[in-house]
Design a protein around this ligand. Structure first.
Ligand SMILES: CC(C)(COP(=O)(O)OP(=O)(O)OC[C@H]1O[C@@H](n2cnc3c(N)ncnc32)[C@H](O)[C@@H]1OP(=O)(O)O)[C@@H](O)C(=O)NCCC(=O)NCCS
Length: 231
């Protein structure tokens, strides 16, 4: 997504969205260098040709993942992207990485307790009109129509973010790519929660009508969503 020029935020965003047993690390990508020195050889090799912004956000994700792993009692971990670009976590853990201008977050948890976790952070701006057709199903539009502008377009951005968080959480289980029409989102705005309902099968695990539950938070600059799938 496009990211307007603005100062970084350092306020914690995701903590209230996740159970305490999920380890969370948050920061801002600007705090990390682009010289690849904090990466393993394998991680760094993949960033050799990347631009500075990408090097920073990738480094931030890896450094925070190592901090989270240490807090979970794991040794130093290497987080190489898999072929599908999802983060390659060590056996026995599930996790998620998200970054945008001004914020980066990593969640990590023991797989005995959680099947999947998905985080997403976006700039708190209206969803661009040209993206509505790609992101919103008829059910999403009907839900959003219950809200007036300008709130409606900001909530549409949360729908977008909720779909990305739900997608990441389910991917740990199904390893299946899903387009934005695969789920619809019901936002419970007063309680800052949402339900993502599958509209199609996913990985022979989820069926149409199955649901994932998530939470969201918005600040002046950012929106953040999280989906946790417990065992
Ligand atoms: C993968 C995707 C969700 C990432 O979201 P984004 O807003 O572009 O970027 P974020 O910063 O939030 O997340 C990027 C991180 O997601 C992680 N990621 C990438 N693919 C992933 C996947 N399939 N599953 C879980 N995590 C994934 C990576 O760790 C990546 O960071 P890194 O490259 O630095 O390691 C998005 O690019 C995408 O492909 N969306 C289409 C699929 C979708 O959302 N469908 C909706 C179904 S209803």
């Amino acid at each position: 997504m496009d990211e307007p020029d603005q100062p970084p935020t350092r306020a914690p965003l995701f903590r209230e969205l996740l159970p305490e047993s999920i380890v969370l690390e948050e920061s801002t990508p600007d705090r990390f260098g682009d010289d690849l020195s904090e990466l393993t050889e394998g991680e760094a090799a993949l960033m050799a040709k990347a631009v500075a912004k990408r090097r920073r956000e990738y480094t931030a994700g890896r450094v925070l993942a190592r901090r989270a792993a240490a807090r979970l009692g794991l040794g130093p971990i290497e987080v190489l992207p898999r072929e599908d670009r999802s983060p390659g976590w060590p056996d026995g853990v599930v996790g998620s990485i998200t970054h945008t201008k001004g914020h980066v977050a990593v969640a990590l948890a023991r797989a005995e307790a959680f099947r999947g976790v998905g985080l997403d952070v976006e700039q708190s701006e209206p969803l661009k009109l040209r993206l509505w057709d790609m992101i919103c199903t008829d059910e999403d539009r009907a839900m959003l129509a219950r809200h007036d502008e300008p709130e409606r377009s900001l909530l549409a951005k949360i729908v977008f973010s909720a779909k990305e968080a739900a997608y990441k959480a389910q991917f740990a289980i199904t390893e299946q790519f899903l387009g934005f029409s695969a789920m619809h989102i019901d936002l419970d705005v007063p309680n800052a929660r949402f339900v993502a309902t599958f509209r199609q099968e996913a990985g022979e695990v989820f069926r149409p009508g199955d649901t994932l539950v998530g939470r969201f938070v918005r600040t002046e600059r950012l929106v953040a969503t999280a989906v946790v799938i417990e065992r």
